[in-house]
Design a protein around this ligand. Structure first.
Ligand code: ADP
Ligand code: MG
Length: 424
């Protein structure tokens, strides 16, 4: 009996001791947590003070709370992975974030986009329903490639057009689209890619055709699509007629195809075409953001009827699609037309993406807009054809809505395995 009692009480003592230790451990843990929290708050305060001093010295008026919160969220972004060259994909959907300008920073804008290939995260600055409490709403997207603000047109070229340029020497069609709001860097990026592609086209073309003992010629045409009408950019801004012929081929009647013999000649011609676009834009009060501009470079091999093509399409400002709700009748109509063409483009790319390899019976809804109609051949399924979609985005917090719209559009161009947002 007595021994039992002793045993019991020693068990009780042990249990008691264990309780005490766990209690002490708990207190220690709470203390540590408190200290960590305090340290975090101190760091935050310190970061905020530093930011405030810097902003004041630079004359920047910005919401420091949001600025510091965004910076903290940016620290949790996953590490960047290597880019995928476009030749490994049938349709390549990429995003380019342009750098934030000093003028934007001075005006109080915050860089709220993290581009860490293949992810892109928008750190949106928001208020809770109380209207006082600030918080950051993170939206995470994944694409084939994302290019950060510190990656150049050269970097982009290396993974986009360069790996697929040879298709153009082989009767293939390479089509590059730049999508995004006005000011997001579509023209800057497309012109950069254009210059690099043209240089490469001549350098590599000469070698390629010499090896095959063939001659080749290059022609260029440029046109813009505005309000559902097509205008020649290198021939007096002439309006052009688009028709489907007996063989169901789309013809742009009267489109000027200019022979070019050198890199220099082609660049001059393109600069001329671009200047026509902007001149006409200023006359009719900046239509350049409301038109789609297409630059088509054809490579003709001697003795072969079909030509290889490189098409660079600088799309209308995506925010213009919302003008269809405008009070101004003209704007409304233009907006409706842009909306229609951007939706049709999305549907065509999606249809092409959904097609199984080696199917000939394809249904791509290219008749949905003038844009997709004139680009019909780009949507023909073939190993030799590639679509490269580049979504351009602004980094500023004041553009976050447009940025999210652009990313959502780009996200829906392609089904991806493990698609996060299938219910949208
Ligand atoms: P969009 O054609 O989409 O309206 P732009 O290409 O005209 O936009 O770009 C808007 C402004 O931003 C231009 O002044 C352009 O020079 C500048 N810009 C765009 N992207 C970059 C970049 N990656 N680096 C430096 N400046 C850029
Ligand atoms: Mg532009």
């Amino acid at each position: 009996d007595g021994t039992n009692n002793i045993q019991l009480s020693s068990a009780a003592i042990a249990a008691n001791a264990a309780k005490k230790t766990s209690c002490l451990e708990e207190i220690e843990r709470l203390k540590q947590n408190r200290e960590e929290r305090r340290k975090k708050m101190d760091d935050l305060r310190k970061q905020k003070t530093e930011r405030e001093q810097y902003n004041e010295a630079q004359g920047i008026k910005v919401d420091v709370d949001f600025q510091v919160m965004v910076e903290q969220n940016m620290r949790n972004v996953p590490q960047m992975s290597p880019h995928i060259p476009a030749d490994q994909l049938k349709i390549c959907v990429c995003v380019k974030k342009r750098p934030i300008f000093n003028s934007e920073l001075s005006a109080g804008d915050i860089d709220c986009v993290s581009a860490s290939n293949p992810n892109i995260i928008v750190h949106e600055c928001k208020y809770k329903v109380d209207g006082i409490t600030k918080f950051i709403d993170n939206s995470d997207f994944e694409f084939d490639n994302t290019f950060s603000h510190d990656e150049s047109n050269q970097d982009l070229y290396f993974y986009s057009i360069r790996p697929i340029l040879d298709l153009v020497f082989n009767c293939g069609i390479v089509t590059v689209f730049a999508y995004g709001q006005t000011g997001s860097g579509k023209t800057y990026t497309m012109q950069g890619l254009q210059e690099l592609a043209i240089k490469d086209l001549f350098d590599r073309g000469v070698n390629y055709f010499q090896e095959h003992n063939r001659n080749f010629t290059v022609t260029v045409s440029m046109y813009e699509i505005y309000g559902g009408k097509v205008y020649d950019l290198i021939n007096n801004h002439e309006q052009l007629k688009v028709q489907e012929d007996k063989n169901q081929k789309i013809q742009i009647h009267g489109l000027k195809e200019q022979f070019v013999q050198s890199e220099e000649e082609i660049l001059n011609l393109i600069a001329f075409g671009n200047s026509v676009r902007t001149t006409h834009a200023t006359k009719a009060n900046d239509t350049s953001s409301r038109s789609h501009a297409v630059c088509q470079i054809k490579v003709h091999e001697e003795g072969i009827k079909q030509a290889g093509r490189l098409l660079l399409v600088d799309l209308a400002g995506s925010e213009r699609a919302q003008d269809c709700q405008s009070n101004n009748k003209d704007r409304q109509q233009e907006g409706a037309e842009i909306n229609k063409s951007l939706l049709a483009l999305k549907e065509c790319v999606r249809a092409l993406d959904a097609q199984k390899a080696n199917t000939t019976n394809q249904h791509v809804p290219f008749r949905g807009s003038k844009l997709t109609m004139v680009l019909r051949d780009s949507f023909i399924q073939s190993d030799k054809n590639k679509i490269f979609m580049l979504a351009c985005i602004c980094p500023g917090s004041s553009s976050a809505d447009h940025t999210l719209n652009t990313l959502r559009y780009a996200e829906r161009l392609k089904e991806r395995s493990g698609n996060q947002n299938q219910n949208i």
